[in-house]
Design a protein around this ligand. Structure first.
Ligand SMILES: [Zn+2]
Length: 351
């Protein structure tokens, strides 16, 4: 199958040429179920939020209750999604990678409807998210079984929809890797080698995590230049470690533009969250070191509080707020185009 897809990008509506992709955010969720992060709080005052609908007055409490409130962790409405993503399209956006992998409520038919309604190119994910989202039978599935499921998503389509995945991910990992996570990574690597489909990784929040994952994948023999290492905003703090990762040749993704440290009391291990300025400065560091052609970006919209209808920054934050800031900092249009257009076109093409 490799030959048919080679050099093309596989969207939910079919194959396209990389030059038709347009400005792209490489890590988002159009409809999502993030209940794998839900937990029931002990405190009665917080339990009051569990089944509460999302209303604007909740925003002030969010740092404390974001993972206790179902209405923050699930949004399923296709019409909402169309109106939210239209802001990105109207701001000049051309494509979006929906990194909703298995376990996060992936919805192929909804993605095709959103794509047709808005003209947006949408690339759909495959493989599995973090352990809390794994299916109950994951221990019964062999590496080969999992590889077959992923390959089928890419070559024939998800279930009986005929709608095909164009990226293997986001593959969810914690640090250190468990045997199950290693099995899923190796199966994903096999699927990449078999199909040429690119990989997108969600690493653990630890400086050693991305390289541990690259090591696991390369044992199977993956092509690093066909891989996006996500969440570097919180995964790697140490600049030497970052350069070590960059030298492997993978794409380097800063994908939570808009997340702010003060909003994230509830995230615990993610407390070293960067601000948007920190993200930009780290990307400028990578550019200084010669890695401009490996950087891709996104906003990882995955909670209701990030939608504009609930006061969030939405999917257009990068185009509306970050790009003008880059210009003010003296970036050339060529550099902005490289990160928003040319790098995603290369990262998402089948090898
Ligand atoms: Zn994500």
């Amino acid at each position: 199958m490799g030959a048919k897809n080679k050099g093309k990008i596989q969207t939910v509506l079919g194959l396209i040429n990389p030059e038709d992709l347009g400005a792209t955010v490489t890590h988002e969720h159009l409809l999502v179920d993030l209940m794998c992060y839900f937990y029931k709080p002990e405190e009665a005052s917080k339990r009051a939020y569990i089944d509460k609908p999302f209303t604007m007055d909740v925003r002030g409490e969010l740092p404390q209750i974001a993972f206790n409130m179902k209405a923050n962790l699930q949004y399923y409405d296709i019409e909402w999604s169309i109106s939210e993503i239209s802001k990105f399209v109207n701001a000049g956006g051309g494509a979006l990678v929906d990194t909703t992998s298995m376990g996060l409520g992936r919805d192929p038919i909804a993605l095709t409807k959103i794509s047709r309604a808005t003209g947006l190119n949408i690339v759909m994910g495959s493989s599995y998210y973090i352990p809390q989202a794994h299916p109950d039978n994951i221990d019964e599935l062999s590496e080969e079984n999992i590889a077959e499921v992923i390959i089928r998503d890419i070559t024939e389509g998800v279930a009986d929809t005929g709608i095909k995945s164009g990226i293997i991910g986001e593959i969810g990992n914690l640090y250190p890797l468990s045997d199950t996570e290693r099995k899923i990574l190796r199966a994903s690597a096999r699927a990449q080698i078999e199909t040429g489909c690119p990989i997108s990784i969600h690493p653990g929040a630890h400086d050693e995590s991305p390289m541990q994952i690259v090591g696991e994948l390369s044992q199977v023999g993956t092509d690093n230049s066909n891989m996006i290492m996500g969440h570097l905003d919180f995964a790697i703090e140490d600049h030497e470690k970052l350069l070590e990762l960059a030298d492997t040749g993978c794409f380097l993704e800063y994908d939570i533009f808009g997340f702010e440290e003060t909003n994230l009391v509830y995230l615990g291990e993610y407390m070293r969250m960067k601000s948007d300025v920190d993200r930009i400065e780290t990307i400028e560091f990578l550019i200084d070191k010669g890695h401009l052609e490996q950087v891709v970006i996104g906003q990882d919209v995955c909670q209701a509080n990030q939608l504009t209808r609930f006061g969030g920054k939405g999917y257009a934050h990068i185009l509306e707020n970050i790009v003008p800031r880059l210009r003010k900092r003296g970036w050339e249009q060529d550099q902005i185009d490289q990160i928003l257009i040319h790098n995603p076109a290369k990262a998402l093409a089948f090898s």
